[in-house]
Design a protein around this ligand. Sequence first.
Ligand code: BEZ
Ligand code: FE
Length: 285
Amino acid sequence: MTRTQQIEYFTEERSVEAVNSRMDQAADARLRTIMASLVSHLHAFAKDVELTTAEWGAAIDFLTRTGQMCDDKRQEFILLSDTLGFSMLVDAINHRRPSGATENTVLGPFHVEGAPIYPMGTNISLDGKGESCLFMGRVLDLDGKPVQGAKIDVWCDNADGYYDVQQPGIQPQWNNRGIFVTGKDGTYSFRGIRPVSYPIPDDGPVGQMLAALGRHPNRPAHMHFMVSAEGFETVITHTFVNDDEWLASDAVFGVKASLLARMEPGEKHDTKWKSNFDFILNRVG
Ligand code: BEZ
Ligand code: FE
């Protein structure tokens, strides 16, 4: 730089350009694209709301407390992403499927690898609480043909609204969890309980944010499913009890119309309820 050249310092007007012009040396082009867009939107946001120093300080404090709340059992940042609809947006962008294929929804923090593999029909409710329910249906491809060997990993909360991992020593391990593998006809069935609605963990900064925004922390009653089969895209989803009071205001925006499942009276001498839902898988490649 010669002495006569004008240095372009940071100003409010050219704030985005000032920051993004320093990324030319970044080796990773994708990182450059992401960071440049992030800076551009972040600066636009601050300008849009005329962010005060006190407000930015409060935001830093909030993010600090969010980080401090995280450990190997609690992930407050994912909860923040979930409650801002960001998890569902990223999921939607990454799981665009042909019409008719079962839609994805959030994984949530309560999935545990390695659940027991059971024969079809097994009761996964181990604590004896709740209203019994038979879950059944088929795993099909988009042509309506049964998918053999599909692994159906299921999990849900107990009748008190807690997952087993939230209550170690209170609930039996693997309560309301199990894996089922389809045979030739693609059908599945297992017994459990009619899911109940529950609040997401709201004793941290995310709970405080929801309260400040006049939002409740509740999720409508649902059963989680992860359905995988060789040659098909894995579906991570839930079925939602179709008359739940929180369907329209799920704290994490996970509900989709195609995932509502009717609760019908069960067969006499078996379960109180039954819920029938078919999973339609999309082939990969
Ligand atoms: C769940 O359904 O298990 C869940 C999803 C997102 C945040 C909290 C819980
Ligand atoms: Fe859940």
